[in-house]
Design a protein around this ligand. Structure first.
Ligand code: HEC
Length: 176
C-alpha cells in the first residue's frame, strides 16, 4: 500500500513538473498590451473623430439668381418691363415662354388672358384656389405685381411644345 502511495506521488510530481515546464515555455506575447500599437490606434481614432466632427467647410452654393433672360415679348410699356422682371420667378416651372413643364406639373400659361392670370394669382394668394407650390412666390406679389405679370404672360406667344409657329390668337385676344 505504501509503495502504491509513493508510486502515485512520484507520478503526480512528475506530471506537475512537466506541466510547469511546458507552461514556462509558452511563447510570451505582449500583443494585447503593446503600448505603441495602442498609441497608434488611439491617434488614428482621434484623427477620425476630428475629421467627423470638424465643422464642414461651408459650401458656397451658387446664388439662386436667375439670369436675366432675353425678353420673349416686346417690352414697350413700363408694365411689361416690370412683368418681365417678375416673371423670372416663374420660369423654373412655367418656362420662359410660359409653355409649362410637365416635370413640374406646371400648366401652359403663355398667351393666357391677362384677366384670367390676374384672377388666378389673386385667388391663389387669398387661398380661394389652393396652390401650395406657388405660395412662397405669391406672398411677395402685390396686386400691382400680379397685374404686371398678367400683362406680360398674356403677351407670351402661345406655343405648343414642339411646334415652331406661334399661335397668336391667345396673345392677340389678351392685348385688346
Ligand atoms: C414651383 C413651381 C411654380 C412656380 C415657380 C410658379 N408656378 Fe404657377 N403654377 C404651378 C403649378 C404646379 C400650377 C398648377 C396648380 C394647380 O394645379 O392648381 C400653377 C398654376 C398657375 C396658374 C394657373 C393656370 C391655369 O390655367 O389656371 C397661373 C396663372 C400661374 N401658375 C402663374 C404663375 C406665375 C405668374 C408665376 C410667377 C410669379 C408662377 N406661376 C410661378 C407651379 C409654379
Amino acid at each position: 500500500m505504501t509503495r502504491l502511495i509513493v508510486f502515485l506521488s512520484v507520478i503526480t510530481g512528475f506530471i506537475l513538473t512537466l506541466a510547469l515546464f511546458s507552461y514556462k515555455s509558452l511563447p510570451v506575447s505582449n500583443d494585447k498590451f503593446d503600448l505603441h500599437k495602442t498609441e497608434v490606434t488611439y491617434e488614428k481614432r482621434t484623427e477620425l473623430i476630428h475629421e467627423l466632427t470638424a465643422p464642414k467647410e461651408v459650401e458656397v452654393v451658387a446664388e439662386v439668381e436667375v439670369k436675366e433672360y432675353a425678353p420673349v415679348v416686346d417690352l414697350n410699356t413700363p408694365q411689361l418691363v416690370s412683368g418681365h422682371k417678375l416673371f423670372n420667378q416663374c420660369i423654373s416651372c412655367h418656362g420662359k415662354g410660359g409653355e409649362g413643364k410637365t416635370s413640374q406639373k406646371a400648366p401652359h400659361i403663355g398667351g393666357q388672358y391677362d384677366w384670367y392670370v390676374e384672377k388666378q394669382l389673386t385667388e391663389m394668394k387669398a387661398g380661394i384656389r389652393v396652390n401650395l407650390v406657388m405660395n412662397s412666390i405669391l406672398k411677395g406679389l402685390s396686386p400691382a405685381d400680379m397685374k404686371d405679370l398678367a400683362a406680360y404672360v398674356s403677351q407670351l406667344p402661345w406655343k405648343k411644345p414642339g411646334t415652331e409657329t406661334a399661335k397668336a390668337d391667345g396673345a392677340a385676344a389678351a392685348v385688346k
